[in-house]
Write a protein that binds this ligand. Structure first.
Ligand SMILES: Nc1ncnc2c1ncn2[C@@H]1O[C@H](COP(=O)(O)OP(=O)(O)OP(=O)(O)O)[C@@H](O)[C@H]1O
Length: 229
């Protein structure tokens, strides 16, 4: 489990995270929801230990963040970081050379799943296919937790559906996934836990299935109540 306990972050005088706490379990997709600029990326960076905090702490499976955390967790940014002149096969080879946790079998399966051609140059791919390659490179790592910043942003409906399908497939399996979004509509069906952020604070965290079953509400219904009381 990833436990975010009361984290605080200031940039200069600006308080971006006031007191943020939530948990993300293995085998679940946890979605951090909030408008632009609310601090979602800052939270992801904090979990990856890429930004110093002004308070609070983050535990992964009960342990404080350290270099060892990177064996358990990976961050999939919202844009591909590979050289655009590389082919998909070259990008996969680069990852295989760099990461011990690279799982070639899963990478080949993902290539198939997303109907990508290994010989295609990243430069020549559509935005949707680039997003799929980006996801492939992250999902092919054998790590327990995957962090993704806005994986559906600016992608056409068909690519979005294919990307959504991977979350419910064995390719994500029992791993823990944290995604951020400011646009919940298309992905509501694949998230297990929702964390609603505003003004640098978590307004509420809830199980989407539980509110659906107990109260007959969708995530958007809860968002309306919380953001527009
Ligand atoms: N390195 C930085 N220096 C100064 N301010 C920063 C820095 N990084 C982020 N901020 C500010 O912190 C706030 C939160 O930024 P963050 O990128 O975490 O928001 P976000 O919720 O991910 O936004 P978006 O949905 O637009 O990606 C913003 O007001 C941003 O301008």
């Amino acid at each position: 489990m990833i436990e975010v306990n009361g984290i605080r972050k200031k940039f200069g005088r600006k308080r971006v995270l006031q007191d943020v706490s939530f948990t993300a379990e293995k085998g679940e997709v946890t979605c951090i929801i909030g408008i632009n600029g609310v601090g979602k990326t800052t939270i992801m960076n904090a979990i990856m230990n890429l930004t110093p905090l002004n308070g609070g702490q983050i535990l992964i499976d009960g342990e404080k963040l350290s270099k060892k955390s990177y064996e358990k967790i990976t961050f999939i940014p919202d844009a591909i970081i590979m050289q655009p002149t590389m082919t998909i096969a070259e990008a996969m080879q680069f990852m295989a050379d760099f990461y011990d946790s690279w799982n070639q079998e899963r990478a080949d399966e993902l290539l198939d799943f997303f109907k990508l051609q290994a010989g295609d140059k990243i430069n020549n791919l559509s935005k949707g296919n680039r997003a799929k390659v980006n996801l492939l490179l992250g999902l092919a790592l054998d790590v327990d937790y995957l962090l993704m910043d806005e994986p559906f942003s600016g992608i056409d409906i068909f690519s979005r559906e294919q990307i959504a399908d991977v979350f419910t497939s064995h390719l994500v399996e029992d791993r823990g996934v944290i995604i951020t979004t400011h646009e919940i509509n298309d992905i509501e069906h694949l998230i297990d836990q929702a964390v609603l952020l505003d003004n640098g604070e978590v307004l509420t965290q809830f199980s989407c299935e539980k509110v659906r079953e107990d109260e007959g509400k969708s995530v958007v219904d809860v968002m309306r109540e919380v953001y527009q009381p």
